[in-house]
Design a protein around this ligand. Structure first.
Ligand SMILES: [Zn+2]
Length: 305
């Protein structure tokens, strides 16, 4: 049974269920709770329940949004190739039945299909659904993976389910992984990419938070969000393994890497609301990330037990 976001008690860990979580960081967007049992960090915000009906409004795909989808939104070829390479390490793409959860504009899936795979998408943003259907002829359903639509129609139907930058956004990551497991056949694999808490940006934020007695959370304010579909939890590699175990997977691969979804300047602008600062600090920040190869993300793979 799905938990109710309206009345959720944040003292109860969203991963291990231990009732020992307590608030540790007071951020711009809310309180970050930390579980004493497993260590999971999550903000005290959950997306409201939506009654999904699968309908997509094609009018939402305006010329401006089409241009945005084409040029920026998740359209980072380097990123797709990295994801493809990671899947290839474990499975050949030919005839591989892949469900991409949060398939966005369909760039990853279209690459899968180009290599002979059989890709399908789950995506909730109308313009992205329409874009992926029209541009790449993909099958995309507008239902979250936890919705009964998926288990009623696609139980055991996939060899691979991918969640690229999705698990940090969902209300209840453990429930999401359990829903994914139902859709996988025997020997099925789940691939998860997500910011890792045991990475540079989270550590940097906790240090500035501590030495300024909470006045400067810096990167922590960028890592957690109360925006709808924003980042709700930042998971460590060990916790990810634990979460796999609880949802019926064995972790068979893990990799840390440096990957930013947008140029550094965009983050600086978001944080300081200053274009001047973004212009000034963007290039040196970019250079720093390039030189140091700070690793902020993990890709992990779980084998269905
Ligand atoms: Zn816990």
């Amino acid at each position: 049974m799905m938990k109710d976001p309206e009345s959720y008690d944040f003292a109860v860990c969203k991963n291990c269920g231990s009732p020992t979580a307590s608030p540790r960081y007071r951020l711009r967007d809310g309180l970050v709770w930390v579980c004493r049992g497993c260590g999971l960090h999550y903000i005290d915000y959950l997306d409201p329940v939506v009654q999904w009906d699968g309908e997509v409004d094609r009018e939402e795909l305006t010329p401006r949004r089409r241009a945005y989808l084409k040029s920026r939104y998740q359209n980072n070829p380097k990123r797709f190739h990295r994801h493809l390479d990671f899947v290839r390490r474990f499975r050949t793409l030919r005839d591989l039945r892949v469900l991409d959860v949060g398939s966005g504009g369909g760039f990853f899936l279209s690459a899968v299909n180009r290599e002979g795979g059989d890709g399908m998408g789950a995506e909730l943003w109308d313009p992205a659904v329409s874009f992926a259907r029209e541009t790449f002829g993909l099958t995309v359903h507008k239902y979250p993976v936890e919705h009964p639509f998926w288990r009623n129609n696609y139980s055991g139907a996939f060899d691979v389910v991918t969640l690229w930058d999705v698990i940090e956004h969902v209300n209840f990551p453990l429930e999401t992984l359990r829903a994914v497991r139902v859709l996988l056949g025997n020997g099925g694999l789940v691939f998860v990419a997500t910011p890792c808490r045991d990475g540079f940006f989270h550590r940097f934020g906790t240090v500035t938070y501590r030495i300024t007695a909470g006045r400067f959370p810096t990167t922590l304010n960028m890592l957690y969000s109360k925006d709808p579909f924003g980042h709700k939890q930042i998971i460590s590699t060990a916790e990810m393994g634990e979460m796999f175990h609880r949802s019926g997977f064995n972790m068979i691969g893990a990799d840390k890497m440096c990957e930013l979804s947008a140029p550094c300047g965009d983050y600086i602008f978001k944080y300081f609301s200053s274009r001047t600062l973004a212009r000034l600090l963007g290039p040196p920040a970019e250079a720093f990330v390039g030189v140091t190869h700070v690793r902020n993300k993990m890709v992990v793979v779980g084998l269905k037990k």
